[in-house]
Design a protein around this ligand. Sequence first.
Ligand code: ATP
Length: 374
Amino acid sequence: MTSSDPHPHDGDSSQDPGTPVLEAQALRKYFPVRGGRGAVVHAVEDVDLRLHRGEVLALVGESGSGKSTIARLLAQLMPATEGRLLLHGSDATVRGRRAFRRYVRRVQMIFQDPFASLNPVHTVRYTLSRSLRIHRGRLRGPALEQALTELLDRVQLRPPERYVDAFPHELSGGQRQRVAIARALAAEPEVLLADEPISMLDVSIRLGILNLLQDLRTRLDIGILYITHDIASARYFADRTMVMYAGRVVETGDSEAVTQDPKHPYTQLLVRSAPDPDGMEDRALGARGEAPSLVTPPSGCRFHPRCPFAVDLCRTEVPPLLEVGAARTAACWGYAERADRPSLGSILETYGGHRAAAATSTPAGATAAGKDQR
Ligand SMILES: Nc1ncnc2c1ncn2[C@@H]1O[C@H](COP(=O)(O)OP(=O)(O)OP(=O)(O)O)[C@@H](O)[C@H]1O
């Protein structure tokens, strides 16, 4: 776990939304490298996360930053190397099939690829009926028909009779994703883990799926973890945003604040290279340099090799998540207040957000130490 409190607002009861429905504490996942003589991929490191009912939390980062691994850990599709999972404040780590089934009823996952996640030989009726039976017991006859109709209606596949006997190949990508969402809803979950739910869909229908998820969280009070590499869609859709870089959380806060006034140099880079929020189009992140090896991750701040502001401290010590505003944190030494550490805060502010021009800025170390030493 990071040494600082990643949720500085939690002590403020006026803002405290209560016990999270799902919480992860100090989550860590290392994957062994095949034939690597004990070497591991440091995929997720010390991640704390809290999701409340009716809330959308975005997990944003470029490819390989550990987003899907976190989703799979939260879904308990694989065990964590370290860390705790809590449901409504109680330990939720499952041991055994029955406990897993109980957990899955409350925490459902939606995958990126609606073409792969639906079995092509089964109709919508089969797929949804199976999920209803698994999670709600033996529904038959009119009760089953009624439940199918309600599910299809809830995901706006109307009229339901047009879709219920269709095979996946008869549906568009967006319609398939709606069926996948309906299958998850059959469990009547409290949490949806949505791993890049729109990235494989045509740009023109992405907004419709996000609006559907928005509707579900409002009407059904579901907490949604929205995983995306597109920070613009996080601003549109999520209440709070967590930014990941190379397995670590580097920034958290209100989505509007994080996207409009990013604090961490990586988030600033991400925002600058994001697509137009209205277009919601897909575009590769234009970050400078390469993402680091997670087998031998950089010492100190994992972003330091790409950071135009890095100083010696960044190369040696991992920055904790520091408070950088109301309910906001950033894991950057630039915001440290300690007298023995150079503060880069003013430089990051100067160069931050849309004004940032990292490519043209001078290495900040000497400037920072000289200009802003405390
Ligand atoms: N089963 C596995 N075995 C070994 N390494 C893995 C495994 N799963 C993921 N990784 C590695 O863990 C790191 C994080 O991967 P992850 O898929 O979580 O990232 P991501 O942010 O979701 O990226 P993407 O958007 O491309 O899916 C990557 O370096 C990846 O290669």
